[in-house]
Design a protein around this ligand. Structure first.
Ligand SMILES: [Zn+2]
Length: 197
């Protein structure tokens, strides 16, 4: 009997894939075009941004849930992570639209960083205006509309957007775990130096 290999169908590109391509592109591929160095979007700030856009309803098929994550400081903590967003990053890699790179850190483990492939950039250029507008509104400074905000992480316990021109800041509450009954938060993995406002 002839054995045929059944091809696994490639993931179909959805609207949320398109938005994710645009998001990675603005932070990794289109910044500092004049500079020699390549920008890569590291997983921490990328997950924080995906969370923010999910909470704002931009990614229509994503949800988020608290996931225990090992930080670069060697401590575990809960972060609101979108599993669907992570799956879509894998899909884009599988489709050859996204390149990734593992970076070893001086402290613990590795971080993964992403940027679009040249094929991914073709999709980026074709991002519908509606999607661009939705995302641009959230990642650009409300005062300097053309200024892309940086994503800053402080002591592995606070992420925020910051405008490099006027220092406008907006926190991304990725560490603020909503009080839902099915989640139990083991106390012992909380940060020893955790400070709250
Ligand atoms: Zn500004």
């Amino acid at each position: 009997m002839l054995k045929e290999k059944i091809p696994i169908p490639a993931p179909k590109i959805t609207d949320d894939h398109r938005k994710l391509i645009y998001l990675v592109g603005i932070y990794a591929n289109t910044l500092d075009k004049s500079a020699d160095k390549e920008n890569w979007f590291k997983d921490g700030p990328l997950y924080a941004t995906i969370y923010e856009l999910t909470a704002e309803g931009i990614f229509e098929t994503y949800d988020y849930a608290p996931v225990s994550v090992l930080g670069l400081d060697g401590f575990h903590r809960f972060m609101n992570i979108s599993i669907e967003g992570k799956d879509d990053l894998d899909d884009l890699r599988e489709l050859g639209l996204l390149n990734h790179m593992k970076i070893s850190t001086t402290t613990y483990g590795t971080v993964t960083a992403y940027r679009l492939s040249s094929e991914g950039m073709k999709h980026y250029d074709k991002t519908p205006k509606k999607f661009r507008d939705q995302i641009d509104k959230l990642v650009h400074c409300p005062k300097h509309k053309s200024k892309l905000m940086e994503i800053v992480c402080i002591a592995f316990e606070k992420y925020y957007f910051r405008c490099p021109s006027c220092n406008y800041e907006r926190e991304i509450p990725i560490f603020e775990i909503e009080d839902v009954s099915y989640i139990s938060t083991p106390r012992f993995i909380r940060l020893p130096y955790r400070k709250r406002r």
